[in-house]
Design a protein around this ligand. Sequence first.
Ligand SMILES: Nc1ncnc2c1ncn2[C@@H]1O[C@H](COP(=O)(O)OP(=O)(O)OP(=O)(O)O)[C@@H](O)[C@H]1O
Length: 454
Amino acid sequence: MSIPGLGRETQPAAPISTNRTLTLNPFWEWRFEVGFNSEIKVKLISGTAEKDGTELASQQAYRFSGVKSKILTLQGCKIQVDGIPHDEFVAEVYQPTDSPMNSYLNLHFKLTAMRETAAAGGTDGPRVLICGSHNTGKTSVARTLASYATRVGFQPLVVNADPKEGMLALPGTLSASVLASVLDIEAVDGWGTTPTSGPNQVPVKLPLVFFYGRASPTEAPDQYRELVTRLAGTATSRFSHDSSVRSSGIIVDTPAVDEKSRAETDLLVHIAEEFSVNIVIVLGSSRLTAELSKRLSHEETGPGEKTHVILLDKSDGVAERDEAFREQTCEALIKEYFFGSVGRTLSPATQQVDFDSLTIYRLGDSSIYGTRDDGIMVAEPSPLMTHSTLAIAHASTKDSPETIRTANLMGFVYVADVDKERRKMKILAPVAGRLGDRPFLWGSWPEPFVNLLG
Ligand SMILES: Nc1ncnc2c1ncn2[C@@H]1O[C@H](COP(=O)(O)OP(=O)(O)OP(=O)(O)O)[C@@H](O)[C@H]1O
């Protein structure tokens, strides 16, 4: 039909298929980036493929949104991609030794041998720390080594000492968890879903989580050290009685360090010492390798055992994540924590509470509370709290400030609104129930962002 002056009515366009098949040879990687407002689906058609060490099941469609990552094949594969990524690239290599993955794989074989020896002798398995400067692929390597370990039947204790990332917990935390099963390929944080109240397809790994409430370890180095010590002590005592965890060892992911920064290297050495690390993997920095060798190689980490510091290449595929991307990831993680994800919808509860029925501690912030930035202080109702997440400490409101600030966490709530005059707050919690008997911790990071209920 033609309408005068308006031209011909257009026929609905036939949907354009965005489905295509990619063929990857052994050790090739398909590197892709997907924005937060779009989604792609990836299906393994034949061969084998993995994302950060976790194998894709054949013929299953995996959805990706808000991610920069890669699909690697060790034996060659065909994958079907449905949707248009924001960016993509196939990294071809002519022989496996051209890929840094080859050295990560060899490291895995070496660790497997050490774990087998430890299991046979009833001793501790390898305690590995992964470090390097910004964007060297530390978290990806840690995740890959952890996945490989579980694939051959080990159960390593995985530690995230990088508050910017959040592993099985929201960012701003340090955490540790035993990995005994596959990682969730689609998870926003790359590990799995942060445990809340709903059912999960992939078994939830109950992590041990501590609240740091800032992005960078050097912002509050004393508090950071204190939490690392707590995390190491609690995690090792909780899991040391389990012989299969002990012989599987530890894998520690660390915050980025500037190789020239003494303060940052000092914190790295502290993490290594607290976890009695005996293998340090440095990605892409010979200077950091030399510095850590000087400071750690003389240390005995066990009877007749010394720390080995090993330099490995970083992958040139590691993607830069700018602040906006990190903020969006953080937002996605917080939303997922309260509301769940596709196929796993949660029902959080909103409640109006009297501010004075809660005990909220502000982690030291001298810009608001003068010079008392050494510990925590009871917060007054403030609009600054609106749209923040508060951590719920596994402690009593009557405990000492030190016990509260170093307590492990039970979960998080979200502050939807604060009425300063009436001293009332609207709070979103993962489950309905009384909130008053546990202390809450309020950090300066992640910063308040969007209105989750808006
Ligand atoms: N080979 C690769 N191809 C494509 N993307 C990759 C590759 N390796 C890592 N990435 C992606 O690059 C980003 C940064 O990687 P990763 O988090 O492992 O680095 P990092 O060194 O831990 O970062 P940071 O310094 O911020 O802690 C992530 O989104 C990760 O999925």
